[in-house]
Design a protein around this ligand. Structure first.
Ligand SMILES: NC(=O)c1ccc[n+]([C@@H]2O[C@H](COP(=O)([O-])OP(=O)(O)OC[C@H]3O[C@@H](n4cnc5c(N)ncnc54)[C@H](OP(=O)(O)O)[C@@H]3O)[C@@H](O)[C@H]2O)c1
Length: 289
């Protein structure tokens, strides 16, 4: 199977490298060409349509809903009558409507489509240990599975079109709220003089334990808020999708809305590239609420 990969950012770069290392022939496209050229062994393509022409399976990991829709359905979009028999996978975190629209558009041209968001951060993308949650036809999923296995250690078919995105939004609600809870808890503990290392060791065996504490605790302890990897703009985008969906569904998602407000304040203050743990700056009062 010839594989194409579009979007070699913090996540896509590591994922594409693992596909290559697993022995697949790989064609790559990235808006900023230098990132594609850095991937030794892959064939660099000039435009999305060139990539799609060469590959049987096209994996896409772009920044947001707008860039994803543009790639698939825009003026230069790749979904046209030349894609019959090909398979597309969207790894980006988008809303349910986008995943369903892309399923429908690909299906109308005789192409397969999976929404298959990812979790595990840039570290998981590099290590090939991502969680990959897919929605779409089970037989399409089985055909793509060997490639997913090169990128992830937990690869699950969640259900029909949109089921991967639904799982990812559930994950992101917990990520956004739990990260903020870690920022509040550890900043409060620090202020009263607690030893943060001892506290995290203790919490590992307490009800307060969480995957986000494992991830954010060490960053908060070393105040590494400006380290790259999980930028605030991503969680703000995801919580904006989640709170909008909550409203549309008549659900009250107040924890998600509160977290959204804090992250929005940080992004408004120019910190969109900082890590999610930069929320400690709001908690401590460094950034006035
Ligand atoms: N970072 C994480 O921890 C994480 C974890 C799980 C899931 N995700 C999700 O995975 C997706 C990618 O995240 P990421 O962290 O890899 O993002 P990123 O580092 O910002 O990379 C985004 C990619 O999209 C491309 N892009 C952005 N706008 C574009 C446009 N208008 N037209 C064409 N290409 C465009 C970028 O190209 P350039 O190189 O030219 O900028 C880059 O290849 C997002 O949906 C994110 O929510 C992220």
């Amino acid at each position: 199977m010839k594989v194409g990969f579009a979007g070699l950012g913090n996540m896509g770069g590591g994922m594409a490298r693992n596909v290559l290392q697993a022995g697949f022939e790989l064609f790559v496209y990235n808006r900023t060409r230098a990132k594609a050229e850095a991937l030794e062994g892959a064939v660099v393509m000039d435009a999305p349509r060139d990539l799609v022409r060469e590959a049987d399976l096209v994996l896409v990991c772009l920044a947001d809903i707008a860039s994803g829709r543009e790639f698939f359905l825009g003026e230069e979009g790749v979904v046209d009558d030349a894609v019959e028999g090909k398979i597309f996978v969207d790894h980006g975190t988008v809303d349910l409507a986008t995943s369903r629209d892309l399923h429908a558009a690909c299906g109308a041209q005789g192409a397969g489509f999976l929404d298959a968001p990812i979790s595990g951060g840039p570290e998981g993308a590099s290590a090939g240990t991502l969680a990959i949650m897919a929605g779409g036809e089970p037989d399409i999923f089985e055909r793509v599975r060997p490639v997913f296995d090169a990128m992830g250690s937990k690869v699950v078919h969640m259900g029909p079109a949109g089921a991967g995105t639904a799982a990812k939004l559930a994950n992101q609600l917990m990520v956004g709220v739990n990260s903020l809870a870690c920022c509040e808890a550890l900043t409060m503990a620090r202020q009263v003089g607690a030893d943060l290392e001892k506290l995290q060791d203790l919490l590992a065996n307490a009800w307060g334990q969480s995957r986000m504490l494992e991830r954010c605790g060490p960053i908060i302890a070393r105040e590494g808020y400006d380290e790259p990897g999980a930028p605030l703009r991503n969680i703000l985008k995801d919580l904006s999708i989640i709170t909008r969906q909550g409203k549309e569904s008549g659900l009250s998602v107040r924890a998600a809305e509160a977290a959204f407000g804090v992250y929005q304040q940080l992004v408004d203050a120019g910190l969109s590239e900082s890590d999610m743990t930069a929320a400690c700056r709001c908690v401590s009062g460094e950034l006035e609420g």
